[in-house]
Design a protein around this ligand. Sequence first.
Ligand code: AVJ
Length: 327
Amino acid sequence: MEALLKLRAIFPENFNAQFYIDVINGLQSEPKHLDAKYFYDAEGDKLFQQIMNCEEYYLTDCEMEIFRQQTAELSEVIMQGGQPFDLIELGAGDATKSTHLLRDLIKQEADFTYLPIDISSHVISTLNATLPLSVPGLKIKGLQGEYFEMLKKAADISTNRKVVLFMGANIGNMPVADAEDFCEELRRNLNPGDMVLIGFDLKKNPETILAAYNDSEGITKEFNLNLLRRINRELGANFNVDTFHHYAMYDPETGSCKSYLVSLKEQVVTFPDGEEIHFKRDEYIWMEISQKYSLDQTKEFALRSGFKPVANFFDSKGWFVDAVWVA
Ligand code: AVJ
């Protein structure tokens, strides 16, 4: 508490207390851990754009192909007999992929409102302003906030059938048990007949997966190091990023792809409130998980969380699936 007051005095403009608490707790854990959701500050957003454009990172291309080439089939599954519905997107970002679907739904004269949900108010205001121009005829109401809070809000706004999009393999950022809990909570927030579309990155050649998280240009490395830089920028720590090595690994048995930053020497990182974090030589910070699934596992997931799997959309390589489940 005292530390928070001190830090707030040092960083009056943009001090994010939750960020500080999560970082300190994570770095005091054994093993050390940082939450991947903090990758995405303005710098991190830019680096993630570069990752999506980089040769080895196949995920975005795969899902883009699905939304480009199977748009009509997606629309058909989603429309379900022509009743009005709400199309909710969790973590909408710039909505590039979903724009294909939105245009097609309007062409099919579907009666729907698009409700993108994002934690970033910048994302929501941009979508509210630009999407009606790039997708003429679109009814849009962006909701800024946490996923489940905003889902509840969406249920208050209208009783229409809900179709929830959770794309980009974002579910992969949760360990399997957490992802299962997430699906269960999603199910509890929906009514029978509501629908979800979830993007899963599938197990494939381990080299292909590892390369996507260990690209030759080192963008993923910078993406990871940027979180240490962000901690320096926003919390006044003194990480020397040159003394950390980026280590990515993929375990084909469990499907877990994990990223670590390994301290190359014994060192102490300090925060302006006097908090000290000790690193032994070769001690690591676990930065991120990007879980890969088998198709059977995604189906089990659906059933265990109370959904009925109704359709799977694959890219032409069969590397990625957008699974459609009904509550
Ligand atoms: C945005 C969570 C889907 O795990 O593939 C990309 C983030 N991390 N490269 C992923 C990420 C490193 C990405 N997700």
